[in-house]
Design a protein around this ligand. Sequence first.
Ligand SMILES: *Cc1c(COP(=O)(O)O)cnc(C)c1O
Length: 380
Amino acid sequence: MEKILLSPGPVALSPAVREQLGRHMTHHRSKEIKQALSRLQSSFQKIFKTKEHIYILNSSGTGAMEAALTNTLSPKDEVLVISAGKFGQRWKELALAYKLTPHEIKAPWGEAVNVSEVKEKLKSHPQIKAVLVQACETSTAVNHPIKELASLTKNLSQTLLIVDAISALMMMDLDMDDYGIDILIGGSQKSFALPTGMSFLSLSKKAQEFQKTSSLPVYYFDLTKELKSNQKGETAFSANVSFIRALDASLQEYLKQGFSEIRKKAKTLAQATEEFSKHLNLKLFSSAPSLTVTAISMPENIDGNQVKKFMEEQNIIVGGGQDILRGKIVRFGHIGHIQFKDYATALNVFGKALQKQQPEIYTEELLKTAQKKTEEILNK
Ligand SMILES: *Cc1c(COP(=O)(O)O)cnc(C)c1O
């Protein structure tokens, strides 16, 4: 039986993607793939809102995060990590792994970073070479204020803004050129509705200047070498032919519908989740909620892990809390190929899971009205 996958990555594959993934193999230097790569450039430039080149890497999202650092920075460079969840921590770990010198601004999990704190830090530490941040901190369902952060670094020629938008691309306004984002990063297993295994990034003119003097070691993720191959319509190493076809098909589909449609759908799912939670007197965890994923705080007497387990037994996969949030939140993703009727089912089963632990609070009657409200939103 097919499961209803509502985690914020990996996500349910679209039929077009599945079809492409099952096709025969072809050589990566074939005409078909050259043409697909060229279409991908222009599709991606529309998503990133940039005129710059888009690099397509064979790796999960973290590979592109690594490439962003290793292609622009040098050992001991000072960087500013914005840390407000699991993925913020990853920036710090990466920076330490490459012997960079990280400063850190922490925001409580569930909250977005305070822009004036970043402004002060950059003022008192002008030697900081890059600010590392998530657009959506998927672990807490928080969006950081990227446009405002970009306005701080835009006119600083010595400081880059590097944005992990792996779960935020297409779900958030991230106009790379207009905002002045220096490196924007995406991954295949989130809004693009592919399996995990491909990542994307683009470098602003400022980041390209950094590239010239960067001395961190690179080999597989050498973007200079990659660009040379890309300019010939090829990739530096063997390309993932199946993924290129699937991505090309899915982006063509999004382009046809208009990119705003996919965000509109996520918005409806987020609203339905919020409405359902409100009726059950549950609070959203994030104070700056994303469209990618909604995190619902579990009340004192409810164990989120048991909720997740109960749902899994009914073939519904949602995200739980990681680290200090284990058992404390349940996360519903709004990306990938989600059917509204499956989503309604998932919310109802979620209600049942709460009822199992606290039947006197989550009564049949309460669940019924919550269900009715959300179905009104989903059926609109
Ligand atoms: C999913 C995700 C990643 C990527 O992690 P991988 O496991 O390497 O694909 C990175 N950052 C954010 C914010 C994510 O949501």
